[in-house]
Design a protein around this ligand. Structure first.
Ligand SMILES: [Mn+2]
Length: 240
C-alpha cells in the first residue's frame, strides 16, 4: 500500500514494473493481486493463476512468527501480511509453484512455519551490509554461495553468483520441509527451497533487477513459469 506525497493523498497499490517485465520476458502473463487483507478476494484471484510470485515490500509482522516487535523492525502492512498468508496457505494446499523474492522469501518462510531475523544489524551485528545495493538496486554487492544439488543451483547452473542486496531482515529458522539452499559469506540465508516440490523457492536478492545484465536470473523466472504451466496442465488433464 502506497500513500502518495502529492497535494492530494491517494492510497494506492503498486509494484515495480520489473517483476512484470521479467515474468513476461519468459512467456508468463503477470497479474497483480492487491494486498487488501480480504482472504476471499485474494483466493478468488489466485484461482485464475498458475503460479504465485511473492514480491518485495515491508516487514512481516513478528506476531506472524510468534515474536514481539523488537528494535530494528520497520514498516509493517498487516493487510498485505494477511493477504499473502492466505495465498501461501492455498498454494501449500494445491501445490501451485511459488517464487518468493526479498520480502517474498521471508513471507514464504513464515507461511510455512519459519522465523525471521527482525533486523540483521541488531541481531547479527558482525554481518555484511545487506543493504549495500541501496540506492542502485541493480548493483551487486555480495555473493551467494549455492548448495550443490539444490534446485537453485540447477536453475542458475552455478554454485556462486553475485547478488544485489536490499534487505535488513532475513530468514532465521528455516521452515519445516524447506532447506537453505544459498548463503552469503556471513551465513545469512540467501535462498530457501522445498526439495520435495518442483518449484517452491525463495531468494533474498532481487533478480528482477538483475535479469537483463545476468541472464542466469532470467532462467530462474523461466523455470518458475515452466513449472506453473506444468502445474496447470496437471490440474486439468482433459484439457490437454
Ligand atoms: Mn543479502
Amino acid at each position: 500500500l502506497i500513500l502518495s506525497e502529492g497535494s492530494v493523498q491517494w492510497e494506492r497499490y503498486g509494484l515495480s514494473a520489473l517483476y512484470c517485465q521479467a515474468v513476461a520476458e519468459v512467456g508468463g502473463v503477470p497479474l497483480l493481486i492487491p494486498g487488501l487483507g480480504i482472504a476471499e478476494a485474494a483466493l478468488g484471484a489466485l484461482a485464475h493463476l498458475d503460479g504465485l510470485l511473492l514480491t518485495g515490500g515491508p516487514d512481516v509482522h513478528p506476531a506472524r512468527y510468534g515474536q514481539g516487535v523488537r528494535p530494528g523492525c520497520e514498516r509493517i502492512d498487516g493487510a498485505r501480511d494477511a493477504t499473502e498468508l492466505a495465498l501461501i496457505a492455498e498454494a501449500r494446499r494445491n501445490g501451485m509453484p511459488v517464487l518468493g523474492i526479498c520480502r517474498g522469501i521471508q513471507m514464504l518462510n513464515v507461511g510455512f512455519g519459519g522465523t525471521l531475523l527482525q533486523d540483521i544489524g541488531q541481531e547479527r551485528p558482525s554481518s555484511l551490509d545487506h543493504r549495500g545495493s541501496v540506492p542502485v538496486a541493480a548493483r551487486t554487492c555480495h555473493e551467494a554461495r549455492i548448495d550443490q544439488g539444490s534446485r537453485l543451483a540447477t536453475f542458475l547452473e552455478t554454485s556462486t553468483i553475485p547478488v544485489n542486496s536490499l534487505h535488513h531482515q532475513a530468514v532465521d529458522t528455516v521452515a519445516p520441509g524447506f532447506v537453505a539452499s544459498a548463503h552469503a559469506a556471513d551465513g545469512i540465508v540467501e535462498a530457501i527451497e522445498d526439495r520435495m516440490h518442483p518449484f517452491r523457492l525463495g531468494v533474498q536478492c532481487h533478480p528482477e533487477h538483475l535479469f537483463r545484465q545476468d541472464p542466469r536470473w532470467l532462467s530462474l523466472f523461466g523455470a518458475f513459469v515452466k513449472a506453473a504451466a506444468a502445474w496447470r496442465a496437471a490440474q486439468s488433464p482433459a484439457m490437454q
